[in-house]
Design a protein around this ligand. Structure first.
Ligand code: BGC
Length: 450
């Protein structure tokens, strides 16, 4: 590789690399923002009470779930056996069209209700036997109860009109009625991170964090209720799961590429951590760096592949495939010199490594918030394609944990929790319908004797 190219890459590495001292500094800022968020003060971490705690593992029955928040919507019927096993009885996945994501809110919720209807037909399910539904809606929502909450603002490129500020459960219920599915009772509304934590802790009581590393990123953890100063609701339990909304954290060192990406995004100034970490953005950050290398004449004597000239043309999936050696033709690698290829792969490595190291730092912040000296074991349930599919990603996270904590890092286990967000919705529906029945019995004592 030419000396200039090597120097350029070294500078880029300097801009993107996160050291252990950097991480410790970030953790302190993270703690400060967590405290402010829990107190209801101005903070880049929303720290949203979910109105639900971790399950006991004895929740039982059949429940419906909608899991929405990425590129697909999933509808599930789940059986909970009351002994920690949750088994999907049926599941369908439908792609969310660009029109549904960006059209009117009515169209968006009609699409969701239509997917439920299609699911019933596809699996030949006698609809009325499954009535209680848990709704995973993976956006920042301020909840006012376990089954209601208003969308604060869209993320991840969604923009359906007349939804921000509205109660998304009400919008769903209305759409279900329009489809003749009014018998469905939407008993729980949760974030995907809450679902992931709930699903894992249904049979693993050590689990105390749910994390998503996919199109977007975020995490949830159980908080002692007396530490949630802003929470005014009923206090039936000792703990409540908090949806951190860490994608919004804005106390990270940013570089010129982060600023460029943010300035031309659909939500400038928002979701700053998400824009450095999640699958929606890594390809674009890498592309911006490569465009600079092209401008400086460091790579490409041959024709420049299309993919590098279109905003968001290069996706995180391309990065992931390239890292697996499955060099995609679209990247133009077939006509490229070896040194150009090496330079590009190095850019991909730098960008994805920063993502993994920031994600591990944020996890470290939450773990030390719960357990300052890491005296206990912690299982972190993680879902999302970045964690699951990107080669070396989870190892890079583990390296960062070891850089921060040394040997104590072994007490923090990162575990894949595939499809936890949907299963978690079903388990939360079980918790919610149980407490609903309990309060009904309390109000109508004669029911107790039946
Ligand atoms: C949303 C979160 C969600 C995360 C992962 C973010 O864009 O704001 O609510 O948990 O994506 O899906």
């Amino acid at each position: 590789m030419e000396k200039e190219t090597l120097n350029f890459l070294e500078d880029i590495n300097g801009l993107f690399y996160l050291t252990a001292p950097d991480a410790r500094d970030i953790m302190l800022r993270f703690h400060k923002e967590m405290g402010l968020g829990l107190a209801g003060k101005e903070s880049s971490l929303k720290m949203i009470p979910s109105f639900v705690g971790r399950p006991r593992g004895n929740e039982k029955g059949n429940f419906l779930a909608i899991d929405l928040g990425g590129t697909n919507i999933r509808i599930l019927a789940v059986r909970l056996d009351g002994e920690g096993r949750a088994e999907p009885l049926a599941m369908s996945r439908y792609p969310i069209s660009h029109e549904a994501m960006t059209g009117t809110g009515v169209r968006f919720f009609d699409f969701i209700a239509g997917s439920v209807e299609a699911f019933f037909k596809e699996h030949n399910i006698e609809a009325k036997r499954l009535q209680n539904l848990g709704f995973t809606f993976s956006f920042p929502v301020v909840q006012s109860s376990i089954a209601s909450g208003r969308l604060i603002s869209w993320t991840k490129g969604f923009s359906a009109s007349d939804v921000e500020g509205e109660d998304v459960v009400e919008l769903l219920v209305r759409a279900l009625k329009r489809r003749g599915l009014g018998f469905i009772d939407v008993v729980a509304l949760i974030n995907d991170t809450v679902g992931t934590l709930v699903a894992k802790s249904y049979n693993d009581h050590i689990c105390d964090m749910g994390v998503i590393l996919g199109t977007g990123t975020n995490a949830a953890y159980p908080e002692k209720i007396e530490r949630i100063a802003k929470y005014q609701g009923p206090r039936h339990q000792d703990e409540m799961i908090i949806n951190i909304e860490w994608g919004g954290f804005n106390k990270l060192r940013r570089n010129i590429y982060d600023e460029t990406l943010d300035a031309s995004s659909f939500n400038p100034g928002e979701q700053r951590l998400e824009k450095m970490v999640s699958g929606m953005y890594l390809g674009e950050i890498a592309r911006l760096i490569i465009v600079d290398m092209i401008k400086e004449g460091l790579i490409f004597n041959s024709p420049i592949p299309e993919i590098f000239s279109q905003p968001y043309g290069l996706t995180t999936e391309h990065l992931s495939l390239a890292a697996q050696g499955q060099i995609s033709h679209e990247l133009g690698f077939t006509h490229m010199s070896q040194t150009d290829k090496d330079a590009i792969l190095e850019v991909f490595r730098i960008v994805s490594n920063r993502s993994a190291r920031i994600a591990a730092t944020a996890i470290s912040a939450v773990v030390t918030w719960m357990d300052k000296k890491i005296e206990s074991n912690h299982v972190i349930a993680i879902d999302g394609t970045l964690f699951e599919k990107y080669p070396g990603y989870s190892q890079n996270m583990e390296t960062m944990l070891a850089d921060i904590f040394g040997d104590s890092a072994q007490k923090i286990r990162l575990e894949k929790e595939k499809d936890g967000s949907g299963i978690g919705a079903a388990i939360t529906a079980a918790i919610a319908s149980y407490s609903k029945n309990k309060s009904l019995i309390a109000r109508l004592p004669w029911l107790r004797h039946r």
